[in-house]
Design a protein around this ligand. Structure first.
Ligand code: PNS
Length: 164
C-alpha cells in the first residue's frame, strides 16, 4: 500500500495541480491532498472553500484505482505524513527555478523524518508556468483564466469578489 501526501496551499487549485494528481495516481494507491493551514497568511479562499473546490474537481480526475482524499494540516508536514502512515510526499516541479526551494524542503523533511521520501513530478508543459499566485494576479487584473483553473474555481473566484 503506497500512500502519498500531496501538500500545498491550493489557493486556488489549478489545472497544474490536477495534472500532478492524475500522474500521481499512476504511482500511488492513495493520495491525500493536504491543504496547509497557515495562520499568518491572508488567503483568497478559506480552508473550507479550498476543500470544497478540491473535492469537486477531483471527481473529474482519471484516477484508476487510486483513492483520493482531501484534508488539511497544521505544523510540520512530516509529522502529518507520519500520522497518516504515508510513505511519500509528492511535489510538482515546473521549472528549474522551483528546484532550489523544493530541494531545500525535501532535504529538510528527510532530515526531520528519514522514512518519508519526496517524489518530484513534472506537470505537462502546458502548465509549466501556471501557479496559484499568477492565477490570482491575472484574475484580479481582469485576465482570462480559461484552461488554467477548473471552471468551478473561476466561478467561485467571481462570486467571491462580487460578495466583497
Ligand atoms: O503550495 P505551497 O505553498 O508551495 O506549499 C508549501 C508547503 C505546504 C508544502 C510547505 O510550506 C510546508 O510543507 N509547510 C508545512 C510546514 C513545514 O513542514 N515546514 C518545514 C518544511 S521543510
Amino acid at each position: 500500500m503506497q500512500r502519498a501526501i500531496y501538500p500545498g496551499s491550493f489557493d486556488p487549485v489549478t489545472n497544474g495541480h490536477l495534472d500532478i494528481i492524475e500522474r500521481g495516481c499512476k504511482l500511488f494507491d492513495e493520495i491525500i491532498i493536504a491543504i496547509l493551514v497557515h495562520p499568518e497568511k491572508q488567503p483568497f479562499f478559506t480552508i473550507d472553500e479550498r476543500r470544497e473546490m478540491l473535492a469537486e474537481v477531483l471527481n473529474d480526475i482519471n484516477r484508476g484505482t487510486c483513492v483520493l482524499r482531501v484534508d488539511d494540516f497544521q505544523g510540520l508536514l512530516v509529522n502529518y505524513a507520519v500520522a497518516q502512515e504515508a510513505n511519500a510526499i509528492v511535489r510538482g516541479i515546473r521549472a528549474i527555478s522551483d528546484y532550489e526551494y523544493e530541494l531545500q524542503m525535501a532535504l529538510m523533511n528527510r532530515r526531520l523524518e528519514p522514512s518519508i521520501e519526496t517524489v518530484f513530478m513534472m506537470p505537462a508543459e502546458t502548465y509549466s508556468y501556471v501557479s496559484s499566485r499568477l492565477v490570482k494576479e491575472v484574475f484580479q487584473l481582469g485576465g482570462v483564466l480559461d484552461g488554467l483553473v477548473p471552471k468551478v474555481v473561476q466561478k467561485r473566484m467571481k462570486e467571491k469578489v462580487t460578495k466583497r
